[in-house]
Design a protein around this ligand. Structure first.
Ligand code: G3P
Length: 228
């Protein structure tokens, strides 16, 4: 499953873009508001860090059809070809999705809570649908099950729309959606670290270090190799 970073924090993006195989960055108005400053400067800085080939998903803030279209076009002009315009799954959102998709502007339909919404977004030509996992599970709904249903619906229809799951609070939710056939997930830096770390990995490494030292003292494998 492809992983994107759900943040506008430049330090986090710089770090993970260098060392982790991330496919891009997603933002929304809340995420941008946390960083402050000028949002356009921030988005341009993100684009500069990740380069022109990676995906940058940016949410519109306008709510009327014509204005969303104008905003979407200017966003893509400003941030380059691999920019996906995030549009909430509303009536006007679906109409905009159809309009932009017909004109080859990539749309990520966001704030998806049900498989029915995802189906309509796909039929409107969305490049991605973004189901919210923890926001769903917090209401005692089945966020992971929704991804599973969306994957089944998309498999039957043969749509090109991809699932970009979002709103994670645990590493297990990320793994669960991957198992259910989710194409991509966007996660924060904390979840990214949790996906990697395991206490038994840590104790195993300590064991290797202890055993090596007991047998070979301060001699390292690197020193031995260099002296060959
Ligand atoms: O991309 C936006 C989505 O991830 C929302 O996440 O954590 O605010 O529920 P959250």
């Amino acid at each position: 499953m492809r992983i994107l970073l759900d943040t506008a924090n430049l330090d986090d993006i710089r770090y993970f873009n260098t060392y982790y195989p991330i496919e891009g960055v997603t933002t929304n108005p809340t995420i941008l508001s946390k960083e402050g400053g000028d949002p356009i400067v921030q988005l341009k800085a993100i684009r500069q860090i990740i380069g022109e080939d990676k995906e940058l998903h940016v949410q519109v803030t306008e709510t009327e059809f014509e204005k969303i279209i104008e905003e979407a076009r200017l966003l893509v002009d400003c941030l380059g070809i691999n920019t996906f315009v995030k549009i909430p799954v509303t009536d006007v959102g679906l109409r905009v999705t159809k309009y932009l998709s017909d004109r080859n502007i990539g749309v990520t339909v966001t704030a998806v809570l049900t498989a029915a919404q995802a189906m309509l977004a796909s039929n409107a030509g969305a490049s991605y649908v973004a189901p919210y996992i923890s926001r769903s599970e917090n209401l005692c709904a089945d966020g992971v099950g929704t991804v599973s249903d969306i994957a089944k619906i998309f498999n039957v229809s043969g749509t090109d729309t991809q699932i970009l799951a979002a709103s994670f609070k645990t590493a297990k939710e990320v793994l669960d959606v991957a198992v259910e056939g989710c194409h991509s997930a966007t996660i924060g830096s904390g979840i990214m670290k949790m996906l990697l770390s395991h206490t038994t990995t840590d104790t195993s490494i300590l064991g290797f270090e202890r055993d090596w030292k007991e047998a070979f003292g301060d001699t390292t494998l690197l020193k031995l190799l260099k002296n060959k």
